[in-house]
Design a protein around this ligand. Sequence first.
Ligand SMILES: [Zn+2]
Ligand SMILES: [Zn+2]
Length: 182
Amino acid sequence: MNNLPDEGEEIAFVELNADGSPYQVFTAVYRKGRRVGFGSMYDIERSKASGEFLMSDSGGGDAGHLQRPDAKWWARADHPVADVDVYDGHGAVTGRPPDEKNRVGDDHLLSFQGMQGDPFPIKDLADRVRVVDSLVVCGTCDDWLDGDDTNNPCEHTRWCDKCGWWSTPEEPCRHDKKGGRP
Ligand SMILES: [Zn+2]
Ligand SMILES: [Zn+2]
């Protein structure tokens, strides 16, 4: 059991940011230990307020992407790494597989500046994440927030039903005289 929404879903491929934090996560679905399909692409952000790794499903369903060709990456041992699309950093696919010299192993400890809690092996990431529908960024808090069960995930961010989006002091919506405040 992990914290991913679908039965048999496991994290299969992770791209790391230059600071060591996870950038993007790709999942695959397993039945009785065999991969039966790819899952989703998730954005992953750490919330400073709660210390949690929050992920939101951004669609997808393939072997994975590496947005920066020189990024460090992790994959399950059985993952078809050759099918991962490596981008050149300018939006084009290079056609080359991820560089094996940038691969980190199962025991690679996730650790980066500002991370709360003890470092833990990257293979355990699926036990540490929380998947939310609404991953909200606040520029004032400089943080990522869970917007699922609240219209005010922080004191600067307010959900506008008319726009179907978040109003903030930086980008208040046209219905909002309070600049995002509750
Ligand atoms: Zn805020
Ligand atoms: Zn509005």
